[in-house]
Design a protein around this ligand. Structure first.
Ligand code: ATP
Ligand code: MG
Length: 290
């Protein structure tokens, strides 16, 4: 299975209603964990190299949105996949409950400020989609407000794409059982207990509402310019493999061109390096004679 296959298999079909029950969160195909971990490592090396060239090219940018229910694995993807890139050209933005200042602006204001510069990659750990997900599920604004946001999001993403931002959106799809198991593992692991909050459990009561809200977001905001991928995420190793494959394939498809040197390399070599080499050799000869 190549990056192209991963793109085809996990891309939400455009223009269609989405039923998350048709996507198996435990899917792993014919992949074995050992092979997938090795392959992900290789892909991460390639991703790091491509990012270096992308940074040098400085013509376009890449925006990766990560959305999931709690314990869906957003942090894991940031650590295991995104961590392979040079932080100098890669920015991770977390979007939590909005501050009073953020709430005083329109919902896209805070995300706009974190969109990537040319040559850079931005990872949104949660994103503007929260404003049609948690906000909708908990009636934080009236329906007539959130229901207009799908079009506003499409306009925003279209504008970014038209100005050179490549967009990939990943929904990390876990099952309700896998989520509970992960919460339990967090309780058992002293290093991870700090992550647990009571709302993680109480939000489970709204599971079906979240599914509905996700299905609408995935269907209403799934354009050529800003596609959604539903990533099976019950197996962390499969999730990381799929996302690495898709990011690498996207970067490769961009045909990144490293800029030509602005100086004559041979001139520079002759001017500064051959003299230094001769100097070193001369010093060595003089030392040998004395
Ligand atoms: P972790 O994996 O560490 O739990 P997290 O992304 O869930 O990471 P939390 O601090 O637990 O971080 O939760 C952030 C909360 O902020 C989430 O419940 C999310 O739904 C909420 N949030 C994000 N954006 C908005 C928004 N626009 N309006 C209201 N709530 C939001
Ligand atoms: Mg949380």
């Amino acid at each position: 299975m190549t990056g192209k296959h991963f793109i085809e298999d996990f891309r939400v079909p455009p223009g269609q209603r989405v039923r998350l029950t048709n996507f198996d969160p435990a899917f792993k195909g014919k992949h074995s964990k050992t092979h997938a971990l090795r392959k992900t490592q290789e892909l991460c090396v390639t991703m790091g190299e491509l990012q270096q060239n992308f940074f040098a090219e400085r013509k376009r940018s890449l925006l990766v949105c990560l959305q999931a229910l709690d314990a869906g694995g957003k942090d894991g993807v940031v650590k295991h996949v995104i961590g392979s890139m040079n932080p100098d050209g890669c920015d991770v933005a977390n979007f939590k409950e909005p501050t009073p200042e953020e709430l005083a602006h329109d919902f896209l204001w805070r995300v706009e400020a974190k969109t990537p510069k040319r040559g850079e990659i931005a990872i949104f750990n949660r994103s503007h989609y929260e404003d049609v997900l948690v906000v909708r599920v908990h009636n934080l604004v009236p329906k007539e407000v959130w229901s207009k946001r799908y079009d506003q999001i499409n306009d925003f993403e279209r504008r970014l794409a038209a100005n050179g931002t490549h967009i990939l959106k990943f929904f990390l799809h876990i099952s309700k059982e896998a989520q509970l198991k992960r919460f339990e593992q967090r309780l058992d692991d002293p290093a991870k207990r700090w992550k647990i909050s009571e709302s993680d459990y109480t939000e489970r009561e709204y599971w079906d509402d979240y599914v509905q809200a996700y299905e609408d977001a995935l269907a209403n905001c799934n354009t050529e310019d800003a596609p959604w991928f539903v990533i099976p995420a019950d197996h962390k190793w499969f999730r990381d493999l799929a996302i690495s494959e898709i990011i690498v394939a996207a970067l490769q498809s961009m045909n990144i061109q490293v800029p030509k040197p602005t100086v004559n390399i041979e001139d520079i070599r002759r001017k500064y390096h051959s003299a230094a080499k001769e100097g070193k050799q001369g010093r060595r000869k003089r030392r040998a004679r004395s």
